[in-house]
Design a protein around this ligand. Structure first.
Ligand code: ATR
Length: 275
């Protein structure tokens, strides 16, 4: 049996085990994927454990995505720029760190909406860890201009500077959105505004949205945030965050096995578990 897992704290509610075990089953691979509760001070020991036991790979989630980089033998370029690793591949004792969150998000967006981002102007709300990964992936996908808006503008300026190596970026304050929103085709929320239990929060004034916008939210609990619900009421097309979770796992599966991930089976079992 080839071994896999996910390290996190907390980890109880992770859907990764059911999703990846379903994927291995669908691909008829003799593999097992388990969740491990790893506290911050235990991360180094846990990594030594996976080497000792010959795990082929692990996912790492909150709060380990940054610290785990200290234990890698090699870090993929995207993960290095984003400053976080969520997928570890064990190549005969050599640990390689990747970040599949941003690219997973973009793959979900393309598969689920058909949008072609090349040359498009887009607005990213938020400048935290999630925004970093996604803004990098949008830039690599060819987005023309990325506006980054954050409550604390300073962080937007910082992120815009990082991503400016890959495309045009413009940092704005949340109070400077008028004018910007009309310029863009696509608006993406990466902030935690609207996430359970803050379900009444929205990341920006919804009245600025127009029917021609595609509006997306990384949050998938709730499945449809207030922000998306109100955008849809305006006539905009909406896209939720569950696909990001599924495709970040799909990329992990593909890095570990070299085979295409059985995405539909993965999606089905995750949706079932949330119902
Ligand atoms: P994550 O890794 O999930 O992105 P994070 O790094 O803590 O988490 O970032 C949270 C993001 O949500 C930040 O952009 C934060 O804005 P600030 O940098 O100004 O703190 C944003 N955020 C959180 N709650 C918000 C709210 N109620 N309204 C607007 N933005 C919010």
């Amino acid at each position: 049996t080839i071994l896999y897992g996910v390290f996190g704290d907390p980890i109880r509610h992770s859907r990764s085990p059911i999703m990846l075990n379903r994927a291995f089953e669908e691909a008829e691979m003799n593999s097992a994927y388990a969740a491990f509760h790893v506290k911050p001070e235990e991360l180094g020991e846990a990594i030594r454990g996976l080497r000792a036991l010959g795990f082929r790979g692990v996912n790492v989630t909150i709060p380990h995505k940054v610290d785990v980089m200290n234990y890698m033998d090699e870090i993929d370029e995207g993960a290095r720029i984003v400053g976080a690793v969520n997928t570890v591949v064990n190549e005969n004792g050599r640990l390689i760190g990747y970040n599949t969150d941003g690219i997973g998000y973009v793959r979900s967006l393309k598969e689920e909406t058909g949008i072609d981002l090349r040359g498009q102007k887009v607005l990213v709300l938020g400048a935290g860890g999630a925004a970093r990964g996604v803004a990098y992936a949008l830039a690599k996908e060819g987005a023309g201009t990325i506006y980054i808006a954050n409550r604390t503008k300073e962080r937007a300026v910082e992120l815009a500077a990082t991503i400016s190596a890959f495309t045009t970026t413009i940092a704005v304050g949340m109070d400077e959105l008028e004018g910007v929103v009309d310029e863009v085709a696509f608006v993406l929320n990466t902030t935690s505004a609207g996430m359970h239990p803050h379900v009444e929060d929205v990341p920006m004034p919804v009245a600025l949205l127009r029917p021609q916008h595609l509006v997306s939210d990384l949050i998938y609990n709730p499945r449809i945030t207030r922000f998306l619900r109100e955008a849809e009421a305006i006539g905009a097309r909406i896209h939720g965050g569950l696909g990001m979770f599924i495709y970040q796992g799909a990329y992990a599966f593909e890095y570990w096995t070299g085979k295409p991930a059985p995405v539909e089976a993965m999606r089905q079992v995750v949706e079932q578990s949330l119902a």
